[in-house]
Design a binder for this molecule. Structure first.
Ligand code: DI6
Ligand code: FE
Length: 399
């Protein structure tokens, strides 16, 4: 057998099995951009290899996966942050025309080039920490034209930069000002015009929604999900972030990829997710930035066997976070996830949340050879440190 490249003298965290799959003297072999072997050096097949890379004992993990971001938007909300520090609440700011809507105004006014120019540094910060796949949602355009532009920019980022981008259409993010008097008419627009047109253009890999008192009701979200289903798109949902409206069981009932946030979810919600195979995506950046106190039901999720992913939620209003490493530290510190749970949360379980667990997220034959090679002595260091990046090298598709 011949293969293109081998990484040897490495320690591996394969993310197979219940833990992180530690292998002390490991090698990874790649051919045609795919892994052909990842395991102990002692049982590696004899191959004719084009390129040898000595890892000098470094650790290799799968390339990291950020499965929930709103990375493409224009402007920022730093002044709003200052207002919050002076005592204003997120809801007060939103009602006064700030919040999500101020980002919608800035994003609608931005050209595609401008959106790309502003979003790229955020993506590059993620890439610099070993991210090889990232999900990007729309939701700051809220017209057919602006949502289309945002999703096209997200797709374009997967060309300008060496990263796999998965897009989610989040038209049901906020009711835009021009529909404030008639939110149902906006839901009609999302279902009858936006989803068909975005699906036809191939711009979305999934459909998301924000099920919350300040956003959309479960009944409205169910309509959006029916439209998604009619166009063959999988669904996911921002559920029980600020209150418990029943979004988790709704998205599980649709066989959704993931239910995200979940601070106000309960045991019955965890059971519904387990039954449906829906991944729990925890977003500690938003929890931290909003100084939430209600913890997601971690022990119920564990007990029910729900796969737990961890993501940045990178967005200008509630999680201006572009570090997947700091995200893991926050998940450990505030949610008490174990090191292994954090690491699986940004690899195999994040891949699962995107429906990509057959392709990425672990070091296994036939998966893409997406690797992160780290200058660390133990994988716990990736979770333990705050604001330090020990990435040695990032490999995507074997390069
Ligand atoms: N949940 C959130 O926390 C963000 N969006 C969402 O659906 C808030 C986004 C923003 O404030 O811009
Ligand atoms: Fe979000």
């Amino acid at each position: 057998m011949r293969c293109d490249a081998v990484w040897h003298n490495a320690r591996l965290a394969t993310m197979t099995g219940p833990g992180i799959g530690r292998i002390d003297d490991g090698v990874v072999m790649a051919s045609g951009g795919r892994i052909v072997y990842a395991g102990p050096a002692a049982s590696a097949p004899a191959v004719d290899v084009a390129a040898h890379h000595d890892c000098a004992g470094r650790w290799i993990t799968p390339g990291l996966v950020d499965c929930h971001t709103h990375l493409v938007y224009a402007g920022d909300r730093a002044r709003e942050f200052a207002l919050r520090l002076a005592g204003a609440s997120y809801e007060e700011i939103a009602r006064a025309g700030g919040g999500i809507i101020s980002t919608v105004t800035a994003t609608r006014a931005a050209s595609a080039d401008e959106l790309l120019r502003q979003s790229r540094p955020r993506l590059q910060a993620m890439i610099a920490e070993g991210v090889t796949t990232i999900e990007i949602k729309s939701g700051y355009g809220l017209t057919v034209e602006a949502e289309t532009r945002l999703l096209a920019v997200a797709r374009q980022l997967g060309e300008t930069d060496d990263v796999q981008v998965r897009t989610s259409f989040l038209g049901a993010h906020a009711v835009p000002p021009e529909y404030r008097a008639d939110p149902e008419a906006y839901v009609d627009l999302v279902c009858d015009r936006m989803i068909p047109s975005i699906a036809a253009a191939g711009l979305a890999d999934a459909v998301d929604g924000f099920c919350e008192g300040i956003a959309f009701s479960p009944t409205q979200i169910a309509r959006v999900f029916m439209a998604a289903r009619a166009h063959g798109l999988p669904v996911k949902l921002h559920a029980e972030q600020l209150s418990r409206l029943g979004g988790t069981q709704l998205v599980a009932g649709f066989g959704g990829l993931s239910a995200d946030h979940l601070e106000h979810a309960d045991d019955a919600d965890a059971a519904a997710m387990a039954a449906a195979g829906t991944v729990a995506v925890l977003l500690p950046g938003a929890y931290y930035f909003m100084r939430e106190t209600k913890l997601p039901p971690i022990s119920a999720l564990r007990a029910a066997g729900v796969p737990i992913a961890v993501a940045s939620d990178c967005n200008p209003g509630t999680s201006p976070l572009t570090s997947i490493l700091l995200t893991m530290n926050m998940a450990a510190t505030m949610f008490r996830l174990s090191v292994d749970e954090c690491l699986r949360g940004v690899t195999i379980n994040a891949a699962k949340a995107l429906g990509l667990h057959d392709q990425i997220g672990s070091l296994e034959p036939d998966k893409a050879c997406d690797l992160a090679i780290w200058n660390i002595g133990d994988p716990a260091e990736l979770v333990y440190r705050m604001g330090f990046n020990p990435l040695h090298q990032r490999i995507r598709n074997g390069r």
